[in-house]
Design a binder for this molecule. Structure first.
Ligand code: GLN
Length: 449
């Protein structure tokens, strides 16, 4: 733990992965492990890990990278944090993100932008950019993230690490600061597939506090990681929509990865997920609608920022929210409120909900004949800081290959497949599985280690 902090102190003034470091708390947790010894159920005893700052940690400031929650100290732990505590982990601190997890670059953080450790002039992706950068910089071997439309997989891809979004319902959302509740899922960003399989099992499972969490038993994914023989006969589908539009340098890396899987005995066929390109517009309506509802709780009264000069109740609401939320969050609240309003509900929210079903049906059809869907995580590599921040539509299009997965609630992982010949940055390969079949994803990813 001490070495971890030495490493962070030497790097983080440049990378800026952390919003809050908890050296005192971490040393205390580490000492407790030293003194008590490791009991059999403490599967990560003494291991320093990090937590995205939209996940509640009791007594440790949790901001969601928003001015609204700048001084918010949770009175309880998220279920995932509680489970990690029981397993003996050491929490190093809280990682930076786009405000309320809305964004693809970490530039929407109200506090500062995180830099990509591979090239400090580039973004680490988002919204779990701080978690990804902390892992890629070698600070910790794993960091928790959340994925509503790609926020674990996309930063994993941009930082050359592994990021898994488990099946919707696999991991409890209790204590996660809600964004789009029917999409949000917690998962790990790690350096290796094996670590990821191991750590995800620790946080998964039913939770009485989250009625959408599944009753299904959690397999010991790490113990069942097979060698490359498990790839023999695996039926892989490559959606042309996940391949055709890629930048040439990204395509080259993805092609090599597919060739590798074929050489190990998988069959690789081209398929179509025809509604892929409807995913981004429909997602931004649905996720923003849910966000507009979820964010109503920040009213300047119950907790969070309150505008000091407000003179009456109306002003408390208006001024606190106007001053407390950043531009992107306001954009989503307005888009969502509009889409849900009586006169426009059918034209926007309802229509987008129908598109969601079509996207989900596309996947179901392909999974009748195939075990796994494979493609790129992003059409490009990490872009320069500042390049897209003033152009929300271009920023949203970064999610074109990740949001369909959240629409359908499927598990999907991004893993490092190689480097771009154009800019030298990492390229991520995305593996998408059937509902609750994280195992096939992990087994396939493992052959790249
Ligand atoms: N980039 C997407 C968005 O801004 C996804 C964010 C996420 O997964 N939390 O909504």
């Amino acid at each position: 733990t001490k070495e971890t902090f030495d490493h962070i102190k030497a790097n983080d003034d440049q990378v800026k992965a952390f919003l809050t470091l908890d050296e005192e708390g971490a040393m205390k947790q580490a000492r407790a492990v030293d003194e008590a010894g490791i009991s059999a159920d403490q599967l990560v005893a003494g291991i320093p890990l990090a937590v995205k700052d939209n996940i509640l940690t009791k007594g440790l400031r949790t901001t969601a990278a928003s001015k609204m929650l700048e001084n918010f100290n949770p009175v309880y732990d998220a279920t995932v944090v509680e489970k990690l505590k029981q397993a003996g982990y050491v929490n190093v601190g809280k990682t930076n993100l786009d405000e309320f997890a809305m964004g693809s670059s970490t530039e929407n953080s109200a506090f500062f932008t995180t830099h990509n450790p591979w090239d400090l002039t580039r973004v680490p992706g988002g919204s779990s950019g701080g978690s990804a950068a902390a892992v890629a910089a070698g600070d910790v071997l794993g960091a928790l993230g959340t994925d509503t439309g790609g926020s674990i997989r996309m930063p994993a891809s941009f930082n050359g690490i592994v990021g898994m979004k488990p099946t919707y319902g696999r991991v409890s959302r209790w204590g996660i600061i809600a964004f789009g509740s029917s999409f949000d899922q917690v998962g790990w960003l790690t350096r290796s597939v094996k670590d990821n399989a191991y750590l995800t099992a620790l946080i998964a499972g039913n939770d009485e506090h989250d009625t959408t969490s599944s009753l299904k038993a959690v397999p010991d994914w790490a113990a069942q990681l097979n060698d490359s023989t498990s790839i023999k006969g695996l039926k892989i589908a490559v959606p042309k929509e996940y391949y055709d539009g890629l930048r040439a340098d990204v395509k080259e890396v993805i092609k090599a990865a597919l060739d590798h899987l074929e050489s190990l005995g998988a069959t690789v066929d081209e398929v179509s997920l025809p509604h892929t390109h409807d995913g981004v517009p429909a997602y931004y309506i649905l996720a923003s609608s849910e966000a507009s509802s979820n964010l109503q709780r920040y009213d300047g009264i119950r907790y969070g920022y309150r505008a000091p000069e407000a003179k009456n109740l109306e002003e408390v609401y208006v001024k606190s929210r106007s001053q407390g939320f950043g531009d992107e969050v306001k954009r989503r609240i307005m888009l969502g409120t509009f889409s849900l309003s009586a006169g426009f509900y059918d034209a926007y929210f309802n229509k987008a909900a129908k598109v969601r079903r079509l996207i989900s049906d596309d996947f179901t059809k392909v999974f009748k004949d195939y075990d796994l869907i494979v493609g790129a995580t992003g059409a490009s590599t990490a872009f320069k800081i500042g390049a897209e921040i003033d152009d929300p539509k271009t920023m949203y299009m970064n999610d074109v290959l990740t949001v369909p997965v959240n629409m359908a609630g499927l598990p999907a992982m991004s893993l490092p497949a190689g480097f771009s010949a154009e800019d030298g940055m990492p390229v991520g390969l995305q593996l998408i599985g059937k509902p609750f079949d994280e195992q096939t994803i992990y087994n396939t990813g493992y052959v790249f280690e």
